[in-house]
Ligand binder design. Structure first.
Ligand code: MN
Length: 293
């Protein structure tokens, strides 16, 4: 099953090429605040299965081509992100731009939830005085149920599904959360794909293109910290909740983007997004001028 979002909080099931509004079932729609309808669906998914199937069977739906999909989860409890999690990416960064510690020694970080944006939204580049803004192509793992101290053997039971994620970052040595948390620096989508539709979580191909040129190509079999180990590690520190997003780390090929570029992210069996990169307004904070990066 696939689930997407319109108007910030109108959650629907995507079946074939149609979108089936589940707002009535969930008791929340576009005007509800905070926009947590998708989290509600994720938390209640097992109990709602039959009713969702009924909406699809009896409803009309609207053509996907006629709707504008928004970020599928805009108000999660947290975004957990793993750095340097593919060997090839670590070797390309060893010239000193970022730490060369690996995710298996360094652990994870958090990225601001407000950096999330949707599949039809542009990445808005801040004025950082010529500093490089890089793309990172990542598989998003969506947590399905509450858990703490989850052993690897049980970890996949906690996965609701997957989505495509771009972890955008200003390169430099400032605090990572600041460099990675500008608005629009975490495109997610185009929808969530439930885990039962993904036969092998450890054999998922991901690719990223800039203006049609392939920049990143990898497979989740090459992750250093695999998905069960990420869940074990994260849940050893913090309680995981339905709708939490794990950005699983980027492979080799990160590089700068500029206004006017178009980024395509394609994850086999999960989805594709085409995202414009545009220049933002505003003068920029002088902090970015102070450090050479
Ligand atoms: Mn990343």
């Amino acid at each position: 099953m696939k689930f997407g979002c319109l108007d910030n909080n109108t959650v629907g099931a995507i079946h074939g090429d149609r979108f089936y509004d589940l707002s009535t079932l969930l008791g929340a729609g576009a005007k509800s605040w905070p926009p947590t309808a998708m989290i509600n669906l994720i938390a209640r998914y097992d109990a709602l299965g039959d009713q969702i199937a009924k909406v699809i069977k009896e409803g009309q739906g609207v053509p996907l081509s006629a709707v504008h999909l928004d970020c599928p989860i805009s108000w999660p409890n947290k975004i957990i992100a793993f750095p340097a999690n593919y060997e090839a990416h670590i070797s390309e960064m060893k010239d000193g731009l970022i730490s060369t510690f690996k995710a298996d020694g360094q652990g994870f970080f958090l990225k601001a939830n407000s950096s999330l944006s949707g599949p039809c939204d542009p990445i808005v580049l801040p004025n950082v005085f010529g500093r490089a803004v890089h793309h990172e192509c990542e598989l998003a793992v969506i947590i399905g149920q509450t858990g703490r101290n989850i052993p690897q053997a049980d970890a996949m039971d906690y996965v609701f599904g997957y989505s495509c994620l771009l972890d955008m970052v200003v390169r430099g040595k400032e605090e990572r959360v600041m460099r990675k948390s500008f608005d629009s620096f975490c495109p997610l989508g185009p929808y969530l794909v439930t885990a039962d539709e993904v036969p092998r979580y450890d054999d998922i191909e991901l690719e990223l293109f800039v203006d049609g040129e392939m920049r990143q190509s990898a497979n989740t079999r090459d992750l250093i910290v695999g998905i069960p180990a990420m869940i074990e590690m994260a849940s050893s520190v913090m309680t995981l909740y339905p709708g939490d997003i794990i950005a699983s780390g980027t492979p080799a090929g990160v590089g700068p983007v500029q206004a006017g570029n178009v980024i395509d992210i394609r994850i086999k069996g999960i989805g594709e997004m085409t995202i414009d990169v545009v220049a933002g307004a505003g003068e920029g904070h002088p902090l970015w001028r102070k450090t050479a990066g």
